[in-house]
Design a protein around this ligand. Structure first.
Ligand SMILES: [Zn+2]
Length: 353
């Protein structure tokens, strides 16, 4: 099979022919039909995660995966209802099944977890073995294309969980402003979930790139603001003109860049909520007093679990999610990693096999 693999940090992926992996009796062999390309893949190649984990090479990146079931292991429960030829998306955060997070279903934050796309197998290869319990079937009669489905497993999942946290905390509702920071792969979905889950909140989007802001507007943001070259006061003035208030009540941060985080907290209202899913920067410096005295709440939100993804897939099947995707060929993976690195991709590029 074809696979684009990482043999070390800071070098292009090697596009090579490798054996199709074996699958164990309790696993399913998935034939990948599409894999989304995420900025996290660039960070993996660039060594961003080095201080947190030391994987062994080669690594096959690609953690946004949809495929077709090629082979079902002999001990996979019939109750799973899986058949060869079924189309399924893959939940990416695999837990050990024993810890309290796994017991609640939050396998993606298991301390002993494994993630496809960060080890030997990932979506940039044509086949991978997966535990059956992390597959969610998507009936082909919904006519969702593989390049639309793959990004839903991360870009279209991560902001969904982040916004659910804001909703569950009571941060959303009428006469409140919910801001989406950063309109990259995740932000294009975030503005849609902000409208779907916002309980009537006004949805505003902030980004540096005009083309990305146009996507946010098209996908339902009530107001969009360019932050390029603007001070906090400039942005506050524009926000006030558009919404009647110079503060935001809740933030879903899909960027995670230091200046953007400082701007988000700088605009946050008393008792505001900040949900973080983006990871462009590495650290952030914030004044402590407002965090305490203004009673801010910070929600770290990581990827999504099986239930989150089931909800996202249901919304997609009902036609409630719009997709900004661009299918690319396997041969063009390295070129597109470079475009992701410079932030020059609007929406999501997806490798299709
Ligand atoms: Zn666990």
């Amino acid at each position: 099979m074809r696979a684009a693999r990482m043999h070390g940090y800071n070098q292009p992926l090697v596009l090579e022919d490798v054996p199709i992996p074996d699958s164990k009796p309790d696993e399913v062999l998935l034939k990948v039909t599409a894999a989304g390309m995420c900025r996290t893949d660039v960070q993996l190649v660039d060594g961003y995660f080095r201080k947190y984990a030391q994987p062994s090479f080669p690594i096959t990146p690609g953690h946004e995966i949809v495929g077709v079931i090629q082979k079902i292991g002999s001990t996979v429960s019939k109750a799973a209802g899986l058949q060869e030829g079924d189309q399924a998306v893959l939940v990416g955060g695999w837990g050990d099944g024993t810890c309290r997070h796994c017991q609640r279903g939050d396998t993606q934050i298991c301390a002993h977890g494994q993630w496809p796309g960060f080890g030997p197998y990932g979506g940039y290869g044509e086949y991978l073995p997966v535990p059956a319990r992390y597959l969610i079937k998507v009936d082909k009669r919904y006519n969702l294309k593989a390049e639309q489905l793959a990004p839903l497993t991360d870009a279209g999942l991560t902001p969904y969980r982040g916004i659910k946290k804001l909703r569950d905390a009571g941060a959303l509702g009428p006469n409140r402003v919910l801001a989406v920071l950063g309109i990259g792969g995740l932000g294009a979905y975030a503005v849609q979930y902000a409208k779907l889950l916002g309980a009537g909140a006004t949805v505003v989007a902030f980004a540096r790139n005009a083309e990305k802001l146009a996507v946010a507007k098209d996908f339902g943001a009530d107001h969009v603001f360019s932050t390029k070259g603007k001070s906090l006061d400039d942005v506050r003035k524009e926000l006030t003109e558009a919404t009647g208030q110079g503060e935001i009540d809740a933030v879903i941060d899909c960027a995670g860049a230091e200046e953007m985080i400082q701007m988000g907290f700088g605009l946050l209202s008393v008792a505001g909520h900040y949900s973080s899913v983006g990871l462009v920067g590495d650290k952030v410096s914030l004044p402590l007093f407002p965090l305490v005295a203004r009673e801010y709440t910070y929600h770290g939100s990581f990827w999504g679990n099986y239930n989150d993804l089931s909800e996202v897939i249901a919304l997609a099947q009902q036609g409630k999610i719009r997709h900004a995707v661009k299918p690319i060929r396997f041969e063009d993976i390295n070129k597109n990693l470079d475009l992701l690195r410079t932030g020059d991709i609007v929406g999501r590029v997806v490798v299709t096999f």
